[in-house]
Design a protein around this ligand. Sequence first.
Ligand code: PNW
Length: 473
Amino acid sequence: MTITPALPSDFLFGFATAAAQIEGGGAEAERKSGRGDSIWDEFCDTPGKIRDGTHVKRTCNHLELYKEDIALMRSLGANAYRFSLSWPRIVPMGGKGDPINQKGIDFYNNVIDECLKVGLVPFVTLYHWDLPLELFKRYGGWLNKARIVEDYTNYAKTCFELFGDRVKHWLTFNEPWCTAVLGHGIGQFAPGHVSNTEPWIVGQNLMIAHASAAKLYMREYKAHQGGMIGITLNGDWTDPYDESPENIEAAQRKMDFAVGWFADVIYLGRYPQSMVDILGDRLPKFTQEELGLLKDSSEFYGCNTYTTNTIRATRTTDEFAGYTKMAFDKPDGTEIGVKSQLGWLRDVPWGFRRLLNYLYQRYKRPIYMTENGWAIKGESSLSRAEALIMITDDEGRVQFYDGYTQALKEAVQIDGVDVRSYFGWSFLDNFEWASGLGPRFGSVYVDYETFERIPKDSATTLMQFFKDNIASK
Ligand code: PNW
């Protein structure tokens, strides 16, 4: 009997990163690089916002070490690399008509060329949260629909023109939910606003900016550049706490607020009814013209997912979760997955398989898995010496990836879900936003004193899974 390989020969696999999380090599180097400040620079300057007081200006020094990083990725066996472009590195003040920074353009040209030289497909995110600070100061950033849509579209156009001859996979946005809710709802992320009206406005403006840039690409670049464009959304499986109708409904409502908010609009042309019912007039309506722009604006479903929650109808104050109760426990008192370094993250591979099925059935688009990963509990508090021992055996992460890749394989092979990529989050230990350099998500250890990189076990085992499961050409 011949066993058919689970994944198609053109499946893309490797690791994902984001500019603000890995590029910085220190304040002086960042100043010399010509990058403008982003809202995250200001957020890091504000005492109390970053748990360990670390700063986006000094993270992994990828700015200088990109060649070594790309070579390492390739040597581990990856065939693609997902990274983001820093808008303020390319256009320091951000706006249409503001000057561009040649050093920034040179840097990304080098990264892209290096990828192609070693044999990695560049998979590029245009916006991974580092809004040029100047645009926030000028007009409130994502709160100002007319201005931000124009400036973002112009920035995207600049990127298509500069890099589109070599980049064939574009993502307009990484996780708009996080910008809207964490940035403008609960204030945990830059710009740190707390509001129950702003997130819905920001969410709409992000969607329109996405559609505006994507349609521009489809109209003016796609035919001759031959690439594709879409958006990537975060969303975790919501499992009803038990079989009661209320909890089943609550689980769907939580999914609506996390995923449907964006995906129903982009792929199905309307907000989920549960959001309309709960938010009323606070949920800004789209004009017919905007809905037309949004229709078919994403050529695939970009998926970032990490975990699963059990959901109860028990009313909470958490409007962003549709007033549901999110947890990890089951009626029999057990919990659904082992703990990580972060409270929101548990290891639940079966939830991943269910999520893939749900997304494929509901949105009927090929799925590109753009992030999935694990921060081992306690890994960040190890000394360098202890970490060096653990590196050869980052057991928890190996286990996480084993479970999730197995679930992926089942979703593709048994359930028939069309998945076309998988990027582990993350390549390097890096700046985990408000948690600073604490949580380590990397499959490659980073010594933050020396910037030394040392691959952990999971780097090899994760890439090996794909080598073993992809059909040869
Ligand atoms: C994603 N949550 O963010 C981002 O795309 C990455 O930049 C980030 O480093 C990674 O996941 C790990 O956190 C998330 O609170 C941030 O549920 C927060 C949440 C989920 C994803």
